[in-house]
Design a binder for this molecule. Structure first.
Ligand SMILES: Nc1ncnc2c1ncn2[C@@H]1O[C@H](COP(=O)(O)OP(=O)(O)OP(=O)(O)O)[C@@H](O)[C@H]1O
Ligand SMILES: [Mg+2]
Length: 366
């Protein structure tokens, strides 16, 4: 086990900047998820930690050791790739033993480690089989086992579940989490799937365009996003964002969404905005999650009129999709809420959990 530190890491391929001035400290035993859209630099960051790519500038430490000039094999890290390749002609046992044989471990040590990894991953009964006799999930576990047997200081995983079907992916990610808890190895895990990040991570580092936007526990990233990008990326369905101008009304504030409708701000939101200076007349984006919206069939004070164009039943709850003028919205309602297509409904958009983003910088101000 070891902590991993990235200091001012930049990677430029010819003239493509892939990673820009990334600073990251992953604690000993932590499960950190690197999350971001395609092309934001996740894999490049991981490959630099593994030693497969040399940063253009900056420093990488594993434990207290500067590893910039250490070749991959001397870094004591194990990387699990998206396209895990098991040797088809070898049994599971041989596949697991292979990395240890290459490193010239003794027979006894190999047996011990293979047994230990197989026990942890619950694949002891599969050791004699060949990869083609395994299910996708079992193959994935063997692939994990191959890095586990090395008992490295750090695990690096690059979208290791993307080859699995949806159900197996959910199941395997629960297993990976439990496994990491059990063995406590520092893990850096790359994904573009925010729900995977939410379930796996102790902390999430959200990346965009080669830059880290926010590093925090999943609940913090979800409830207190640093900026509009992070707010939009975390959560399914995505947060509703309305552009508009802030205006004073009575003792509070309202948002004029450029003539579409007015949103009275919750007093708590108004107060914290006012504390931060003069926001009246400023262009902002108002962010509110589906679960923070009050959905009603009857009109209420300050509520906005929308027309239903769809709904999605999720079990105990449903998501209602509706429009007002050109503005789309998605709101959560209980399963029992009954609405029909084209029906007029009323949405209460004043919530203490709403966010205000500065239109210019995108930064979250409330
Ligand atoms: N060897 C390379 N040569 C040139 N450009 C590269 C190379 N590897 C990556 N890039 C570029 O660097 C940027 C970051 O790529 P990277 O693979 O790190 O993204 P990613 O976040 O892992 O994306 P994905 O989710 O699609 O896997 C992209 O613009 C990519 O085209
Ligand atoms: Mg990638």
């Amino acid at each position: 086990m070891a902590k991993v530190t990235l200091r001012n890491i930049t990677m430029i391929f010819k003239d493509t900047p892939a990673v820009k001035d990334v600073n990251l400290e992953v604690s000993n035993g932590e499960f950190l998820v690197l999350l971001g859209p395609s092309g934001c630099g996740k894999t490049t960051t991981l490959r630099m930690i593994a030693g497969l790519e040399k940063p253009t500038s900056g420093e990488i430490y594993i434990g207290d050791e500067l590893v910039n000039d250490l070749p991959p094999k001397d870094r004591d890290v194990a990387m699990v790739f998206q396209n895990y390749a098991l040797y088809p002609h070898m049994t599971v046992h041989e596949n697991l033993a292979f990395p240890l044989k290459m490193r010239k471990f003794s027979k006894e040590e190999i047996e011990l480690r293979v047994k230990r990894a197989a026990d942890i991953l619950e694949i002891s009964n599969l050791l004699k089989r060949r990869p083609k006799q395994l299910s996708g999930g079992q193959r994935q576990r063997v692939a994990l086992g191959r890095s586990l047997v090395r008992e490295p200081k750090v695990f690096l995983m690059d979208e290791p579940l993307s080859n699995l079907d949806a159900k197996l992916r959910v199941q395997t990610r629960i297993e990976i989490k439990a496994l990491q808890r059990k063995i406590g190895t520092t893990t850096i895990y790359v994904t573009h799937d925010q729900s995977e990040a939410m379930t796996l991570a102790d902390r999430v580092a959200v990346m965009k365009d080669g830059m880290v936007q926010q590093v925090a526990p999943p609940t913090v990233v979800y409830s207190h996003p640093a900026n509009k990008f992070v707010a939009g990326f975390m959560g399914s369905p995505s947060i509703n964002l309305f552009d508009g101008v802030l205006m004073e009304k009575g003792s509070g504030l309202i948002l004029d969404t450029y003539g579409q409708f007015m949103i009275p701000l919750d007093p708590a939101v108004s107060e914290s905005l006012k504390k931060q200076g003069d926001y009246v007349g400023k262009s902002v984006a108002y962010g509110i999650r589906a679960e923070d919206i009050g959905v009603n069939l009857a009109q209420s004070d300050g509520a906005v009129n929308f027309t239903v164009y769809g709904s999605e039943l999720m079990g105990a709850e449903q998501f209602i999709y509706a429009m007002s003028g050109k503005v789309n919205i998605v709101a959560r309602a209980p399963m029992t809420f009954s609405s029909t297509l084209q029906q007029e409904i009323w949405m209460d958009l004043s919530s203490p959990n709403a966010h205000i983003f500065d239109s210019e910088s995108g930064k979250c101000v409330v």
